[in-house]
Every structure is written in C-alpha cells, then in structure tokens.
Design a binder for this molecule. Structure first.
Ligand SMILES: C=C(O[C@@H]1C=C(C(=O)O)C=C[C@H]1O)C(=O)O
Length: 424
C-alpha cells in the first residue's frame, strides 16, 4: 500500500558539464541534505541533491514495487537532455526504504531540483523542473558551496535494547536454531542521542566520507550512513552486487590483523553465515539475469573491521530496473536471515523497536532503470520529536548455531563505530 500516490508529473531535466568538483558535501543544504558518494579527491564519485522537485512516499509490503512502477511512469513522461550519460547524470531519484513491511517509517523517492555530480573525472549540474512550474533556468541556480556550522560532539547511549539485553536475545536465537526452528537470524540494537540546536549534520557526513571512502556515504530524508554493502548496481545491462556476512575485529598490529583475516576466511561459522546471504542474493537475481556468478568469499578490510565478502555479477535478461531488483532482493539473508519469513518473525518478536530504514535499501535510480543501491548499514536516522532533534543509530549481526552472545555484542559495538565517531 502506498500512502500518497502522486499523479505522474512531467519533469524537464537538463544536465550540463561543470568545472571539476572535488567535494560534494559543502554543496548540501544543511537542513535537507541529499547525498550518495564514494571515493575521495580524484576518485570521488557521486551526486549531491538540493531542493525537492518531486517527492513520492510509499509504505507497506508493496512499497518497493510501487516505487518501481511510479518511477517507470515518471521516467517515461520526463523530457531529459543529458549529453554526459554517465551513472547519476540526467534524471535521478534518491531513495530510502523501510526495512519491514509493517514499519511506521516512510519510504521515499526524492528527485532534487538541482544535482551536482561527479563520476569518472567529469562533473555536472542537473536542473529539474516540474511542468507548469517556472521553466526559466538562471545562473543563480548554480549552487555554491557553503562553510559548515560549528562542530559538535554527542555521546550516544543504548535505546530500547541494552548491550546485555542484546546478548540475551542472541542466546534466545541460538536456542531457536538448536530447536530447528530457523537457521540464521540477523538481530540488531540501537543507540540514541539528542542533537544540539543548529547542529550541522554535514560535519558527520564529512567524517563518514573521510573515514570510510570505500563505503557508500549517503543521506536521504534525514537517514545517513556509510555502508560497505552493495545490494545491487545496474549499469548498461550489467547487474552486480557485493554480499557481506561474517565479521572479525581488526588486529592491533600487522601480524594479528593478518591473522584475524585468515581466521575469518577459515571460520566454518562465518562461512556458513556468509553462504546463507550469498544464496539469498543468487536466488533473487537468477530469474532476472543470465550468466549469474558469485566469486569465492574473500576478506574485505574496513577501518573498523573485516568482513567476508563475495562479488556477484550477471547480465540483465528481462529489462528490470534497479528498483525492480531491489524489490526482488530485499531483505537478503545478510540482514534478515534464513528461512526469510521465520527469521523476520523472530526479529519482530525479539527486537523491541522499529528498524525504520536501517538495513533497508538506500540509493538512487536513473531514468533508464540504472542505479546503485546499498544495504543501509552503519546508519542512523535523524528525527524531529517535540521540538528536539534525535539521532538513532543501528547495528546488528547474523546469528547462527554457534554464535556467542558476548562476541555478538562486541561485533555490534564495532559496527556502531562509524556513526558514533562521526557524531563525537
Ligand atoms: C547487520 C549488519 O551487518 C550485516 C551483518 C554482517 C555479519 O553478521 O557479519 C556483516 C555485514 C552485514 O551484511 C550491520 O552492520 O548492522
């Protein structure tokens, strides 16, 4: 069910080249930032959005399918001039979707009025106007970067589920697995803080971008993060993904660090946890692709931890858009579990909070159905409540038969680090 189904809007879209842009964050509107980026300096790739030409809201079990359908109609009705034709140029919408079918969080697609982008050394500006609106495009609409407000530091504290409570929930899942009820369940917990008046969240985005250049750094509708996990990417008929599941702490020196990675790669527990996630992605993509393959699992190094990772690639066979594939994929066993429906029921029972958009799909879609979507991990939601602004961070982990509650609590603490550091 979609809460607000907008009539199809005819958008006029024009992309023009810009002089080289090396930073996107200073262009953002401090109050309503929209960002999707990866890399830094010469290798920066991404898009920054300003204003809202169009905002579509979705909810319920068909939220992603509804968005995919609405986007097809909007793309077909749009008039797009895009001489660059690189991923992210021309007409794009930023999107963030709730994890759960029954979540109170709104899922959105937002087409900004202005987009500053950079990819493969090319920079551009895209202007979007709604039919009937003011079609005149003036130089005044070229955004300028602004200096960031005063820096701030927060201390985040546990929300509904304390670290101890999380350990108990992990133990309960291990019991359910032993009883043969379910094979894998991904549990999570949260941390919360109040944002000081006037806090400029672009500071936090800058920290995430500087600290995690190999992750997707995003903010859409107050939901931000630095996710290492690519849910799906569609470009020129190629479909790719990078599945992550299985985690280890970084070592204190080169030797222990290499040892930690080797131990992770050899761990039967982590390999089984990883295999569930890869299988769920392959099963979801197979009907839409040919030549679909997964690499052997390898260790992926991040500043705060190691992950087991597998690259998945295939050729799109049925003209599906990136959002159609997101609909087919979500939620993967990296964030829900196996079997999916039983795992979701256990999550609903043991997590005393709504995940909102955490672990849901976040990314962008283009007019031709191309796009990049991440699993929204290492993330936090900024919300207005009674005149206060709060920030709620989420982190979780996959629980399998031989998971240890103490280690699982420690794993979530590692996974909170990007957000906790960005706000401290
Ligand atoms: C659930 C999270 O991460 C997921 C779970 C992982 C695991 O259990 O090892 C690893 C990567 C992610 O797919 C999270 O970061 O909150």
């Amino acid at each position: 069910m979609t809460r607000t189904a907008a009539p199809v809007q005819a958008l006029t879209v024009e992309t023009t080249p810009l002089d080289d842009v090396r930073r996107l964050i200073p262009f953002l509107d401090a109050d309503r930032p929209l960002l999707w980026q990866r890399g830094a300096g010469e290798n920066l790739a991404g898009i920054a959005g300003l204003g809202e030409a169009l905002r579509l809201e979705f909810s319920g079990p068909t939220r992603v399918a509804d968005a995919a359908e609405a986007w097809r109609a909007i793309s077909a009705a749009a008039h797009v001039v895009d001489p660059l034709r690189v991923p992210g140029s021309g007409l794009v919408a930023f999107g963030t979707f709730a994890f759960a079918d029954d979540s109170a969080a709104t899922s959105v697609l937002i087409v900004p009025a202005l987009i500053v982008g950079r990819r493969d050394g090319q920079s551009w500006l895209t202007r979007v106007s709604v039919a009937g609106g003011d079609q005149r495009v003036s130089e005044a609409q070229v955004p300028s970067s602004t200096s960031l407000g005063a820096s701030f530091g927060l201390t985040m504290t546990p929300g509904e589920l304390t670290a101890g409570g999380y350990g108990d929930a992990v133990a309960a899942v291990v019991d359910r697995i032993a009883a043969g009820e379910v094979e894998k369940v991904v549990l999570s917990r949260l941390l919360r803080a109040e944002l000081p008046q006037g806090a400029d969240v672009r500071h936090a985005l800058g920290e995430l971008a500087g600290g995690y250049p190999d992750c997707w750094v995003f903010v859409v509708d107050g939901f931000l993060g630095a996710s290492p996990e690519t849910l799906v990417r569609v470009s020129e008929g190629r479909v790719t993904a990078q599945v992550l599941a299985g985690t280890a702490a970084r070592g204190a020196d080169d030797d222990t660090d290499a040892g930690a990675a080797a131990e992770l790669a050899a761990s039967a527990k982590d390999r089984s946890e990883h295999a569930f996630a890869v299988d769920s992605v392959l099963d979801s993509l197979r009907p839409h692709t040919t030549g679909l393959r997964a690499s052997d699992p390898f260790t992926l190094q991040l500043p705060n931890l190691w992950h087991l990772a597998s690259d998945v690639a295939g050729t799109l066979s049925d003209g599906c858009s990136a959002l159609d594939l997101v609909d087919a994929l979500h939620p993967t066993a990296a964030v829900a579990g196996t079997p999916r429906q039983t795992a979701l029921a256990v999550i609903r029972e043991l997590e005393p909070f709504d995940r909102g958009r955490y672990a849901g799909p976040v990314g962008w879609i283009g007019a031709d159905g191309s796009g990049e979507w991440a699993v929204a991990l290492r993330s936090a939601q900024i919300a207005d409540a009674d005149g206060h602004r709060t920030v709620t961070a989420f982190a979780g982990g996959g629980i399998v038969a031989d998971s240890d509650p103490v280690l699982e609590v420690a794993e979530t603490t590692m996974k909170f680090r990007p957000i906790v550091d960005a706000f401290s």
